[in-house]
Every structure is written in structure tokens, then in C-alpha cells.
Design a protein around this ligand. Structure first.
Ligand code: IPE
Ligand code: IPE
Ligand code: MG
Length: 233
């Protein structure tokens, strides 16, 4: 793999845990467990390649429509991961950020996430952005409210509003996405980082997320490196 043309910011829509479980004759929850284990390995790999920003879509605002048992299992899994893996994030100097609506999240989930954000806030080399209780449209609504509030407080003028300012006012101040991967063969973005992906390259491998290992990720990067990005020029 050519290490000179790596994407700066990669997004992964983690999809296919349920189908993976079904294919193995297991309960959907076990698919999520397997997906979480795979994610741990993948995060390490992505940063070891020299990629700086990684965003993952772990739970959408729409996912609350699922069966309450599945939602609860996922929330428990998040708390467990964020708590147990804190040491690993610190050891690998990975800054963890959280994008999503915080107010209607279960308190233990919010606390474990904020604790992880705090414990890793001093790092700058690798940034891992977790989209949880996240919706791209919801983020645009929340950004709009934030800007209006600042205008009302006299902190900014309406004339100051431009694309750059909007990017700074999203849940996290991150560079645009260069590459978005959605596993499981579904070819849609399901409300993932709409503003930040305006010029991203997309890749839709058929492999289900629990099987999307380091080797599959490297294949994705080679595909990215063969794309010709023009940005309208
Ligand atoms: C992705 O896997 C995980 C979440 C959305 C939380 P799914 O649960 O969507 O798996 P499929 O799409 O049913 O296979
Ligand atoms: C998108 O996957 C959300 C996450 C991966 C967190 P879904 O499985 O929820 O999306 P749809 O319902 O297939 O569009
Ligand atoms: Mg799905």
C-alpha cells in the first residue's frame, strides 16, 4: 500500500452485525458483540497506518426505533467498551470524541463517554470520533441553534456566517471526510455526517462489519488511492 496518499479522515458506517449473527445462527446481540470486538482491532490498525481521523457510526438517532431489548443490549455494550477499553485508548494516545445528542442518552452511557473524552483530551495525533445517538440532520439542526444563540448573544454577526464557521459549529470541529466506507453492501448513507461528506469518496464492500478486518480495510484504502478526486475543478 502506498503510504503517501492516505485519506486524512475516514468514516465507517458499521453495518451488518444483525445479518452476521443470523448467518451464524446466533442472536442479533452476539453480532453486535462481535462487531465491537472487531472495531477494537480495526481502530488500532487504522491509526497504525498513519491515518489521523477516524469517525464511526455506532448508533443513529433512528436506531431507537428498534426493539427495546436490542437497544438496551447496545447501550450496555457501549458502557462496557468505553469503561474497559479506556486504558487502551490512553496507552495508544488516541483522542476520543463523541458526536451526537447528549441530552436524551442514558446517563451511564453519557458518563462513560464523557469520562473517556476527558481522559484522552490531551492527545492530538489520533482522533477517534464516535457517532452515537447521532443523526446528520439532527446535527445540522443543533448547529443552527448554536449559531443563532451566538448571534443573539452578540458573539458573531450574521455576515460572519460562512462554510468555515458552520464546520466549526458542528458537534466536533473536524476536517471534512475524505473516504466513507459502509459495510454489508447497503448503498446508502442513512443520515451519516451529511455536511462533512460533501466531497467524500464512497466505498460499499459486501462484507458484514464483524468480518471487516484489517485486510479488508487495506483493500478499501487501495481502492481510495485509485480514485481520481476532482472537487469540481
Ligand atoms: C449495525 O448492524 C449496528 C447498528 C446499527 C447499531 P445492524 O444491527 O444494522 O445489522 P443489520 O443491518 O441488521 O445486519
Ligand atoms: C445505519 O445503519 C446506522 C448505523 C450503522 C449506526 P442502519 O442499519 O440503522 O441503517 P438502515 O436502517 O439500514 O438505513
Ligand atoms: Mg443495518
Amino acid at each position: 500500500m502506498n503510504e503517501e496518499r492516505l485519506p486524512n479522515h475516514v468514516g465507517i458506517i458499521l453495518d451488518g452485525n444483525g445479518r452476521w449473527a443470523k448467518n451464524h445462527g446466533l442472536n442479533r446481540s452476539l453480532g453486535h458483540k462481535k462487531g465491537a470486538e472487531n472495531l477494537q482491532k480495526l481502530v488500532k490498525h487504522v491509526f497504525s497506518l498513519g491515518i489521523k481521523y477516524l469517525s464511526v457510526y455506532a448508533f443513529s438517532t433512528e436506531n431507537f426505533k428498534r426493539d427495546v431489548k436490542e437497544v438496551n443490549y447496545l447501550m450496555d455494550l457501549f458502557v462496557k467498551m468505553f469503561t474497559e477499553k479506556k486504558k487502551i485508548f490512553v496507552k495508544n494516545e488516541i483522542k476520543v470524541l463523541f458526536s451526537g445528542r447528549r441530552d436524551n442518552l442514558r446517563e451511564d452511557v453519557r458518563n462513560s463517554l464523557e469520562n473517556l473524552e476527558e481522559a484522552t483530551s490531551q492527545f492530538t495525533e489520533h482522533v477517534f470520533n464516535i457517532c452515537l445517538n447521532y443523526g446528520g440532520r439532527c446535527e445540522i439542526v443543533d448547529m443552527t441553534k448554536k449559531i443563532i444563540q451566538k448571534v443573539e448573544n452578540g458573539e458573531i454577526n450574521v455576515q460572519d456566517i460562512d462554510e468555515n464557521l458552520i464546520s466549526h459549529m458542528m458537534y466536533q470541529d473536524l476536517p471534512d471526510l475524505d473516504f466513507v466506507i459502509r459495510t454489508s453492501g447497503e448503498m446508502r448513507i442513512s443520515n451519516f455526517m451529511l455536511w462533512q461528506s460533501s466531497y467524500a469518496e464512497y466505498y460499499f464492500p459486501k462484507v458484514l462489519f464483524p468480518d471487516f478486518n484489517e485486510e479488508e480495510f487495506d483493500k478499501a484504502i487501495i481502492e481510495f488511492q485509485n480514485r481520481n478526486r476532482r472537487f469540481g475543478g
